[in-house]
Design a protein around this ligand. Sequence first.
Ligand code: CMP
Length: 140
Amino acid sequence: MAVERTFSIIKPDATARNLTGAVNALIEKAGLRIVAQKRIRMTREHAETFYAVHKARPFFGELVDFMISGPVVVQVLEGEGAVLRYRDVMGATDPSKAAEGTIRKVHARSIGENSVHGSDAPETAAIEIAQFFSGNEIVG
Ligand code: CMP
């Protein structure tokens, strides 16, 4: 399988509970390499752009408010089949449906406060990475 990159966000519910290291431990245990990482506060405009695909959904306003409610840690993860591998590590969007041992099963509070985001495809990953990182900030 090819080495690829995916984009990750450790969300405000997780940073508020000091879980950045715990989430990173699960990421690294799964064989993914954190090749870029920074802790930021997203602006409303950035969150609206990032989640534009969900604009028509009833939870859009709540989602944007949540993502700007506290610091987030944005990351680039690298590894074989990184996009799917990270989705496996995260578990289902709804933590009540997530498999045992996944980040969301272990740490998430609800479908909204679900601790992490990961890209859904390599093409999306490239777009999402470019929204937060310049090339020289990613060190593989
Ligand atoms: P994420 O992978 O970041 O992509 C979109 C987010 O929308 C998703 O994780 C959830 O956190 C959020 N989301 C999805 N469904 C709902 C919902 N029914 N209510 C609130 N937030 C939701």
